[in-house]
Design a protein around this ligand. Sequence first.
Ligand SMILES: Nc1ncnc2c1ncn2[C@@H]1O[C@H](COP(=O)(O)OP(=O)(O)OP(=O)(O)O)[C@@H](O)[C@H]1O
Length: 234
Amino acid sequence: MIDIQHLTKRYGRTIAVDDLCFTVKPGHVTAFLGPNGAGKSTTMRLMLGLDRPAHGDVRFDGKRYEHLHRPLHTVGAMLEARSMHGGRSGYHHLLWLAQSNRLPKARVKQVLEMVGLPDAARRRVSGYSLGMTQRLGIAAALLGDPPVLLLDEPVNGLDPEGIVWIRHLLKELAGQGRTVFVSSHFMAETALTAQHLIVIGRGRLLADTTVPGLIGESASLEEAFIRLTAGGQR
Ligand SMILES: Nc1ncnc2c1ncn2[C@@H]1O[C@H](COP(=O)(O)OP(=O)(O)OP(=O)(O)O)[C@@H](O)[C@H]1O
């Protein structure tokens, strides 16, 4: 479980994250939604201790990320899929991660198969399409077989087959009892994948609900989202 309490982050005069409180429970997919600039990526960086909050904290089963004994085994994350070393092959990117976290070599092969990349694994990452890079980022997040997954816009750049693949993967991971927290701008896809929704706007919590709870009387999740977040873009 992820517990976020009073999380706040400022960049100069911009309040990127404003007193956010919510929990993400295991066993289902939770989507993290918000217009451009709402504070989703900042929240995810704060969750992983990559940025320091002005107030508040984030706990994974009661522990802060920086206090986790073996972080890769507790939280698997994909934030910036493009931030990999382009000169390395996909296989070597994962091997380096596995070895620096004392994970067996065999796990690299397993995660490459899970994300459908074994054929491309020996090619340099600089030659990968966005969709392939996303798959490699997801493979890295899965390396430690973690109970918690944080994925920032994993659907970006995937083709239709890739979108269906990730829908099934996320549901399967949640079905195994993991906590799956995924940001997205794709409302139709979110409606098919997620059960729980956290919606933010200008850094503030706008909704903590289910998909039917947000849709309410609207024709679609997209319509309900646009209504809820109207005027919320920075
Ligand atoms: N390093 C930074 N320095 C200054 N301002 C920042 C920094 N990172 C984020 N911000 C600002 O914080 C706010 C939240 O940005 P963030 O990237 O977290 O939003 P987001 O919801 O992930 O947006 P998007 O959907 O466009 O990716 C924005 O106003 C952004 O300009």
